[in-house]
Write a protein that binds this ligand. Sequence first.
Ligand SMILES: [Zn+2]
Length: 191
Amino acid sequence: MRWTQALMRDVAQEERDGLGLSPVDPLDPYALAEEHGISVYALASLGEFGMGAETLSHFTVQRSSAWSAALVPLGTARVIVENESHSHVRRRSNIAHELGHHLLEHSFNNVILGEDHKRQFSAEQEKQATFMAGELLVPLSAATRMAFDGWDNARVAAAYGVSEQFAQMQMRGQRIRAERAARKFGFPPPA
Ligand SMILES: [Zn+2]
């Protein structure tokens, strides 16, 4: 499957529709995981599955910023293991990113709780999963509207449960469009 941005946007929109969301509603990635029968586990809960305390502390304390989450196959099922030590907004984008891998049916060869996903998925697949997270959490149509209405990153972040950095990533292109349109038609640029 060759994923274009337009195709990926369609997939994200279908998923949002499936949750009964309008194009401007915020999305709960945990609800979307549940919709797909994907359980989300905190790293700490892996102790039950035999992960040692030292390994756990490696992920959650020593390298807490390095590792975010992973989509893990359990037979034909899929689960997501997440680093619960991250901020709420970051956890939301981590889960959305993992769901992006799932929704685009990225296959995996071997799964390990690596520090990043590079050994699991290709660089191209990583970009695609991040794109999907963006479209799931702050879809293009909403970003366009907010750009034309002059919303700043803080306001977008608060409305959609994302970080300001994530908001910037989703808003950048649409702000450029809004500024161009304002110049073309002689309106004052968005605040
Ligand atoms: Zn990834």
